[in-house]
Design a protein around this ligand. Structure first.
Ligand code: ATP
Length: 254
């Protein structure tokens, strides 16, 4: 299951509806899903190449990778670029070739390249610092993305577009680049509902409008809004507190 650089990620219980907000991405993915049908192939529609999701941590990039794999019913393989760089000259390139060919061997599949900027951050100076390994590995990935023969959908995620090499952002590399921002009011409402359902409660019984207000700029200050992951944490905390109240044990922290 875990080869070190390539990890099979279990996505069994997820669906696209588990993502709150990110409507453009969800719509795009729904349409592209149809490209994998025999009808689409007969019609001459090629396989989608992939997408790049860039944006704020904790707002659903990883979640989206998992949900798309579940919705498309394809295996999700997470590539840990940080681990690709081996100790011996030449082994990094061999590692990446092996990982890429493994993703083709189980295709149609989704190759999730997580936090792509982390591994590539030293690219500009890499020729001096690592004998050019980073740029050769990066080149191998770019060439493979252009020339791969099997339906492997690349789902790349990054936190900061400024640290990504321009070659990666060139037109035609990915089908689309999506920016993920802090959720707005409507998106926060959706995310609260999703997580309230997840803990087995009915969102109709909750004052979602108040939660939306408390988790946004009106309460937290200019430019401050909770992330999806913080909303999830709030719901979990509220459940815990409700449990203490119900059992009349008082709050453990007073
Ligand atoms: P990072 O860059 O830190 O990996 P990320 O954008 O990939 O962040 P996720 O790992 O997807 O963020 O989010 C963490 C958790 O927060 C998710 O597993 C999910 O439970 C919750 N969450 C985040 N965003 C959303 C969302 N848009 N809808 C529903 N849940 C969300």
């Amino acid at each position: 299951r875990k080869s070190g650089i390539l990890e099979y990620v279990d996505t069994e219980k997820l669906e696209t509806a588990d993502i709150g907000g990110l409507d453009n991405l969800k719509k795009w993915l729904e349409i592209r899903k149809k490209a994998y049908t025999p009808e689409a192939e007969q019609f001459g529609i090629g396989w989608p190449k992939g997408v790049l999701l860039v944006g704020v941590p904790g707002c659903g990039k990883s979640l989206s990778a998992k949900c798309v794999a579940a919705s498309w019913k394809m295996p999700l393989l997470r590539l840990d670029l940080g681990r690709v760089f081996g100790m011996y000259v030449g082994s990094s390139e061999a590692n990446i070739r092996l990982a890429l060919s493994m993703s083709e061997a189980v295709s149609p599949s989704i190759l999730w390249i997580d936090e792509i900027e982390k591994a590539l951050s030293g690219l500009a100076s890499s020729n001096q610092s690592d004998g050019g390994t980073t740029s050769r590995v990066f080149g191998t990935i770019l060439t493979w993305m252009q020339e791969k023969k099997s339906p492997v959908f690349v789902f790349a995620t990054a936190n900061n577009i400024g640290s990504l090499p321009p070659e990666l952002l060139r037109k035609g590399r990915f089908d689309e680049i999506f920016f993920v921002d802090l959720p707005n009011e409507q998106e926060r409402a959706e995310i609260f509902r999703i997580h309230i359902k997840r803990i087995g409660r009915n969102p109709e019984n909750f004052d979602i409008a108040k939660m939306v207000k408390l988790s946004g700029e009106a309460s937290l200050g200019d430019g401050v809004r909770l992330t999806g992951s913080e909303i999830e944490a709030c719901v979990n905390q509220a459940l815990l507190e409700a449990f203490f109240v119900r059992n009349s044990e008082g709050h453990p922290e007073g």
